[in-house]
Design a protein around this ligand. Structure first.
Ligand code: G6P
Length: 367
């Protein structure tokens, strides 16, 4: 059942393993089998009537929003702003034009996110939330509440809720692209087919668990770890770093690969593991040259990539995590698996309390 570990050592391990199933549920409920369009459950939303999107969240949900910004901009050509709820609510940002305010929250009870939503009432054209708990305050106070179907999440560090949030946000972006005519029918059909195949590919990523565990052993000996990514992998680099610090207490930072030169490169030496998230995509070559800058300074690179990327770039890397090939828009969902498992195995190796890390709460209902 949802509230037992079902043979896993920790809830987090169980929730990571459950992702192919819950993502399949989420995909089925927005992309009905046999259908050829995204249907937002219970929501009559026309993206041609909206000009911009303001997304607000905290923690892991914030990184889901940052990822979605790339999707809404690239696929649907919609301008998007993303903010942390605690900053947004006090800045008094003007909300102009035809704006959708979109709040992402696993619990639906995070105090800052709820306050940000209330700030948008009467200002935004539509208040929409993407939540895991349909009865939550954030869901109730939204015009439209879209469920992510992750099921109960008990581990304090969010895993399956994150990938379900991403899946739902991607399907929203595809709905926006279809409404606004920014993708062709063939392009849309490619995305839908790739989404329907995602649970199978997620299983293949989970099969890499032994290799990820070996790399994590190395991380557990580090004091600081840097995560690098470009494009869609940049928010995931930050999420990977967040996961690692939350549960293993190893200091980690996520950086855009292109910003390496503007600061973090000063930290690189032989003691610094650098996790490079880099599927063989359109920005791959640039990321590889950043990775070489790390290796030239004796930094220890853990490369997470697919067969093509590994064949091109494996020379000199310290450790390799091989991911299956997937449609380029799905890489943040797929590459979440190694990000989560690296943090998980590092924490297990260090003997920390994986499901209940010190000082953290599952849901922050006070400011
Ligand atoms: C806490 C949790 C995080 C979560 C964040 C936002 O910090 O420990 O895992 O991402 O709150 O929570 P929400 O329920 O709004 O997604």
């Amino acid at each position: 059942t949802q509230t037992e570990k079902n043979g896993h050592k920790h809830f987090m391990a169980k929730e990571i393993a459950e992702q192919p199933i819950v993502i399949a549920d989420a995909i089925r409920s927005y992309l009905p089998s046999g259908g050829d369009q995204v249907v937002l459950p219970g929501a009559d939303l026309d993206f041609t009537k909206l000009d911009r999107l303001t997304m607000v969240a905290c923690g892991t949900a914030f990184y889901a929003c940052l990822t979605a910004k790339y999707w809404f901009e690239q696929l649907a050509q919609m301008p998007v702003e993303v903010d942390i709820a605690s900053e947004f609510r006090y800045r008094e940002p003007p909300i102009t034009g035809r704006t959708m305010a979109l709040f992402v929250s696993q619990s639906g009870e995070t105090a800052d996110t709820l306050a940000a939503l209330r700030y948008c009432e009467g200002k935004a054209d539509k208040i929409v939330s993407v939540v895991n708990v349909p009865e939550s305050s954030i869901a109730r106070e939204s015009d439209i509440a879209l469920p992510i179907h992750a099921g109960v999440e008990i581990g304090v560090a969010s895993t399956k809720a994150f990938t379900c949030q991403l899946s739902v946000l991607l399907m929203m972006a595809l709905k926006a692209a279809a409404d606004r005519g920014t993708l062709t029918d063939d392009e849309l059909a490619d995305h839908y087919a790739a989404l329907r195949g995602l649970p199978t590919v997620m299983n293949a990523a989970l099969d890499q668990n032994p290799a990820i565990k070996t790399s994590a052993q190395r991380l557990s000996e580090a004091r600081d770890v840097l995560f690098l990514g470009r494009g869609l992998m940049y928010p995931l680099a930050m999420e990977g770093a967040l996961k690692l610090k939350e549960i293993s207490y190893v200091h980690a930072e996520g950086y855009a690969s292109g910003e390496l030169k503007h600061g973090p490169i000063a930290l690189i030496d032989k003691n610094m593991p650098v996790v490079v998230m880099a599927p063989r995509d359109t920005v791959f070559d640039k990321t590889v040259s950043n990775m070489q800058e790390v290796m030239a300074r004796k930094g220890k690179v853990i490369l997470v990539s697919d067969d093509d990327g590994i064949a091109e770039a494996e020379d000199g890397v310290w450790s390799i995590i091989r991911m299956p090939h997937v449609h380029s828009s799905l890489t943040p969902i797929l590459y979440s698996v190694p990000a989560q498992l690296l943090a998980y195995h590092t924490a297990v190796a260090k003997g920390t309390d994986v499901d209940q890390p010190r000082n953290l709460a599952k849901s922050v209902t006070v400011e």
